[in-house]
Design a protein around this ligand. Structure first.
Ligand code: AP5
Length: 215
């Protein structure tokens, strides 16, 4: 039986941070559509340039492209025991698409990370990222050397979609699309919902305890 963790939460709620920690603990790969899209963007292809135009404005990429990306990624051998989805499904259409890809033997474990709008703005304003995928916060999770990645030493930067006006649009988009996803998760599965306004380590411990019941 594959375990499929679905991480839900507004932008900046800590989906990326927590899914990485949980993936490491349960030895499951993390599939982040945001990361996969940013990777394509950096490749400089025509498709990458098109993706950048949408992401930088906080707009969603087409369901068709996301479907292709997910299908390709799920095919890889490291997903045999399960995987963690961060940032997917994002709306009711993507949810239906995902369900078609899964089997009745798969165990779906939805996780919601709750944070207030104020906290989202606070967090994304201080987020710094590296090309290698690592994420920091200037106050809550600072790198050892200011402005430099702990893992590869490269210079950190601010994501173009972390501008205040774009954050507001992303938050509004999330609120609109999350409702049917959470309603589905509550109706058909045990939705694990955690308070995301605590220390990163506290949330990780809480999630590990709750998810271990299913491991
Ligand atoms: P994506 O990268 O998925 O962005 P998002 O969902 O907006 O989420 P974020 O990455 O902003 O936040 P997060 O919840 O992962 O928080 P993080 O751990 O980084 O998608 C980007 C774009 O790609 C989308 O806007 C869209 O255009 C496109 N896209 C992606 N998926 C798509 C899809 N399925 N369909 C269509 N388009 C798609 O944490 C945030 C900050 O807070 C960090 O600085 C971190 O260090 C800090 N932090 C984390 N936890 C805590 C804590 N407990 N206390 C204090 N600080 C904390």
């Amino acid at each position: 039986m594959r375990k499929i963790f679905l991480f839900f939460g507004p932008p900046g709620s800590g989906k990326g941070t927590q899914s990485e920690a949980i993936g490491e603990y349960f030895h499951l790969p993390v599939i982040s559509t945001g990361e996969l899209l940013r990777h394509e963007e950096k490749s400089g292809t025509a498709l990458g340039k098109k993706i950048a135009q949408l992401i930088d404005k906080g707009e969603l990429v087409s369901d068709e492209l996301i479907h292709k990306i997910i299908v390709e990624r799920i095919k890889r051998a490291d997903t045999a025991k399960g995987f963690i989805l961060d940032g997917y499904p994002r709306d009711a259409e993507q949810l239906q698409d995902l369900l078609k890809m899964l089997s009745e033997h798969d165990l779906i474990l939805p996780v919601e990370i709750r944070v207030s709008d104020k906290e989202v703005i606070n967090r994304l304003g201080g987020r710094r990222v590296c090309d290698c995928g690592a994420t920091y916060h200037i106050i809550y999770n600072p790198p050892k050397v200011a402005g430099r990645c702990n893992l590869c030493g490269k210079e950190l930067y601010i994501r173009p979609d972390d501008k205040p006006e774009i954050i507001k649009d992303r938050l509004a988009g999330y609120k609109k699309s999350a409702e049917p996803l959470l309603a589905y998760a509550k109706k058909h599965h045990d939705l694990i919902s955690v308070d995301g306004e605590r220390l990163i380590s506290e949330i990780t411990e809480d999630l590990i305890e709750k998810l271990s019941k299913y491991a």
